[in-house]
Write a protein that binds this ligand. Structure first.
Ligand code: GLN
Length: 544
């Protein structure tokens, strides 16, 4: 039966608990253990699907079609284990489930309460689907002391009792700030945070102390003494040069050893870290660099494009180059007299990412035109593919009014609402009135690629499966004029109705995909489309 590692955070948010969980899981996996990571989010949204990327960062989509927290992206990138719907639960979903049950009368007249009903539901979520695992890591979102995370704290406290001491441990991530005026690291916030945690009945086994300066042995002992943990279990976690350096850094500080010790596991094999050393070697010793311009809407908050950023970096690993990403606000391209060429000429590749709504769309379409005309490698993802089709329709197929119904009524709906598609659950139907939450075409769907196409060469396959998150689709009825204009439909849904990939074979590299390949890229297994796009950008960099 699986052992459980509960991960909480204290002092401040944004300490990188998700990365910590992902790195610890990677270290345990490197020792041969089977791992899975779960995230508990205390907010009341049922899932992050309807939340603004500005507020919450990217929505990470799983194979089974769940819209989840972006930390699940880290989990998957670091362990290679595909995340599932059952790996992310929000308080909103917990309450939704309970209230639906209450309305059905399932509680047989009982008063429905936070303890035990909400806590039981959280416990059931933590325990589900874990038979074939050695470790389940559960990350609790938020910071200790938040009102909304209390039911989760209570649930993991109970679970620790239910499971027994050698089946579960608590890791608490805290901050040890450096006060420049005093020239000292301060342990008091950590002491307070642990006191808060113990007042909830949770005694941490391991403290992971985020700090900007090395933690002196004296401070380590002080934290140990006040927080009732062994000095060796106070793990300093200095800021790392790259997120991919974190697993080896935590290993050097003894994190995985302490975790195994806390469980009483002796003689575990040493971790095989070659994969992480290779990634670091590629990152630290690049043989060149390229600059990619990402023309999008949420460019002020890089977390909004988290997986995209990582996938481009992985494409760099594959080619042993550093990828510089320039986030370009599409709206600026729409201003009177905007010199688009001047902004895009320094780019070795142009990428238009996924997005929603009309804002900035003309700027995106203008970037596609620039890339097409100037033979600059172009990658369009989801909305980016749709923009490439509209650009192709307007400028190479003579359909001047080409648009998408997402932006309002149009006489030439080159992109329109998907009203019907086949999923594993059967025929899906949607109308313009359908709810916004959880109703897009979501998750993994297969596609068939044309045998001699550019993309079939890149994938080295004609049957692929990729993750989707869209409500609109390119209208296959426009295939003929678009193909006459050089934009070839080289990937379709297996029934031939939904365009999945378009490409321009007469261009150095021009590919648009309806899905999100960035979600499946791993540092140790870069996605072929990103590896190929960066390869094309390297060629471009030699030309300019
Ligand atoms: N807004 C577009 C759609 O819903 C594209 C979505 C996306 O880029 N994820 O189809």
């Amino acid at each position: 039966m699986a052992r459980y590692i509960f991960i909480t955070g204290g002092v401040v948010s944004s300490l990188g608990k998700g990365l910590m969980a992902a790195s610890l899981a990677a270290l345990l996996q490197a020792r041969g253990f089977r791992v899975r990571i779960r995230k508990f989010d205390p907010y009341l949204n049922v899932d992050p699907g309807t939340m603004s990327p500005y507020q919450h960062g990217e929505v990470y989509v799983t194979d089974d079609g769940a819209e989840t927290d972006l930390d699940l992206g880290h989990y998957e990138r670091f362990t290679g284990v595909s995340a599932r719907q059952s790996d992310n639960v929000t308080q909103g979903r917990v309450y939704q489930t309970i209230i639906q049950r209450e309305r059905r009368g399932d509680y047989l007249g009982a008063t429905v309460q936070v303890i035990p009903h909400v806590t039981d539901e959280i416990k059931a979520f933590a325990l589900a689907d874990s038979d074939d695992l050695d470790f389940v890591l559960c990350e609790i979102g938020g910071t200790v002391g938040d009102i909304e995370s209390l039911p989760f704290m209570e649930a993991i406290r109970q679970l620790h009792n239910d499971l027994g001491r050698n089946r579960s441990i608590f890791v608490h991530v805290t901050l040890v700030p450096y006060i420049a005026a005093a020239g000292e690291l301060k342990t008091k916030p950590t002491q307070h945070s642990v006191r808060e945690l113990t007042s909830l009945g949770i005694q941490p086994d391991i403290l992971l102390c985020r700090c900007e300066h090395p933690l002196p042995e004296s401070e380590r002992r002080k934290i140990a003494l006040f927080c009732n943990v062994r000095p060796e279990a106070v793990i300093p976690a200095l800021d790392a040069s790259s997120i991919y350096a974190v697993p080896t850094q935590y290993h050097a500080e003894g994190l995985d050893d302490e975790v195994l010790r806390a469980f009483g596991i002796e003689n575990a094999p040493a971790p095989r870290l070659d994969r992480w050393h290779d990634i670091m070697d590629r990152q630290q010793n690049p043989e060149g660099e390229v600059t990619i311009g990402v023309v999008g809407k949420y460019v002020g908050l890089p977390d909004a494009y988290k997986s995209l950023y990582e996938a481009l970096t992985h494409g760099g690993f594959a080619n042993r180059v550093k990828v510089n990403i320039k986030w370009l606000d599409a709206e600026l391209f729409e201003e009177e007299g905007a010199d688009i060429a001047a902004r895009l000429e320094p780019m070795h590749g142009i990428l238009v990412p996924g997005g929603f709504g009309v804002r900035g769309s003309e700027g995106k379409i203008a970037s596609v035109k620039f890339a097409r005309e100037r033979n600059v490698p172009f990658f369009g993802i989801c909305l980016g593919m749709q923009m490439a089709c509209i650009e192709g329709a307007r400028n190479t197929a003579g359909i001047a009014n080409a648009s998408t119904t997402e932006f309002g009524e149009t006489s030439e709906p080159v992109v329109g609402l998907i009203t019907e598609w086949m999923s594993k659950e059967g025929l899906q139907k949607r109308t313009a009135e359908t709810d916004l939450g959880g109703t897009m075409r979501l998750g993994a769907y297969p596609a068939k690629l044309t045998g001699n196409s550019v993309v079939a060469g890149i994938y080295d396959a004609t049957d692929i499966s990729e993750r989707h998150r869209h409500r609109y689709e390119v209208n296959a009825g426009y295939r003929e004029p678009l193909e006459k204009g050089g934009l070839i439909f080289s990937g379709m849904s297996p029934d031939g109705t939904l365009p999945e990939i378009v490409e321009r074979p007469d261009h150095p590299w021009f590919v648009g995909v309806q899905f999100h390949p960035e979600l499946k890229s791993k540092p140790f297994d870069p996605h072929p489309l990103f590896a190929s796009f960066i390869e094309a950008a390297v060629k471009q960099s030699r030309l300019v």
